[in-house]
Design a protein around this ligand. Structure first.
Ligand SMILES: CC(C)(COP(=O)(O)OP(=O)(O)OC[C@H]1O[C@@H](n2cnc3c(N)ncnc32)[C@H](O)[C@@H]1OP(=O)(O)O)[C@@H](O)C(=O)NCCC(=O)NCCS
Length: 202
């Protein structure tokens, strides 16, 4: 059963084959800070917030804003964890509304550096696609990826996104303007992929 775009999204956790995705809680600040601190070099190459000073207080502010955005039905951030290792933050996946009129949204993700290459971003983002297309009734989801971010482009491809074009100098990361490639996935493409590939169902 699909939900209306204005209904609040359940704050219950979601499980994928290997991971649990759940909203942030205040007590996640230390785990989030540790994951970001251990991944600063890689995150700061492409994510503007990570290229700025990042302290434990930054993690506290992020979590406070994340909880507020969820309450306001604007954006949904998830911490990704292994069920057997619940205190370790593996990465983030987020989905947010762009236009309720046109039922479009955007997703974003990152994985802590010492856990990359294990399929975490792909599996977590696939759960976010389900939330977007099934729970929130979205029609179109986009991803924006800094040009040169080959591993994120690979994630987009594995998720079935199509590259639409390049937005010139669309973000500033650490004082450098970067081009962004724009990718999209439509609800009927997602549904077709789910029918064909069991991995899209989780
Ligand atoms: C991009 C990022 C999210 C990928 O996370 P991840 O958990 O390692 O992703 P996955 O393991 O699901 O998939 C990564 C894919 O990229 C591939 N890859 C890794 N480095 C690559 C490179 N230099 N060139 C091409 N592909 C590469 C991996 O082999 C894998 O593909 P495969 O499954 O076909 O082998 C992670 O590296 C990250 O957080 N980077 C910094 C922040 C960031 O860029 N976030 C995304 C912003 S759009």
């Amino acid at each position: 059963m699909e939900r209306s775009l204005l209904e609040p999204l359940s704050t219950g956790g979601r499980t994928t084959e290997r991971f649990v995705l759940r909203p942030f809680r205040r007590r996640d600040a230390d785990a989030l800070y540790r994951a970001v601190a251990a991944s600063r070099t890689e995150l700061s190459a492409y994510l503007p917030w990570a290229a700025r000073a990042y302290t434990r207080a930054s993690a506290v502010v992020f979590i406070r804003e994340s909880m507020r955005s969820w309450r306001d039905s604007k954006a949904y951030d998830f911490t990704v964890r292994r069920p057997e290792e619940p205190g370790r933050h593996l990465g983030n996946v987020s989905i947010w509304h762009l236009s309720r009129t046109y039922r479009s949204g955007e997703i974003g993700y990152w994985t802590r550096t010492d856990e990359t290459g294990l399929g975490i971003a792909t599996e977590a983002a696939r759960a976010a696609l389900r939330i977007g297309f099934v729970d929130l009734g979205m029609h179109r989801l986009i991803l924006r990826i800094a040009v040169g971010n080959a591993s994120s482009e690979r994630v987009a491809q594995k998720l079935g996104f199509t590259q639409e074009g390049v937005l010139r100098e669309a973000i500033e990361v650490g004082g450098r303007w970067m081009d962004h490639s724009l990718w999209s996935l439509l609800d009927h493409e997602y549904r077709r992929a789910r029918r064909r590939r069991p991995s899209f169902r989780s």
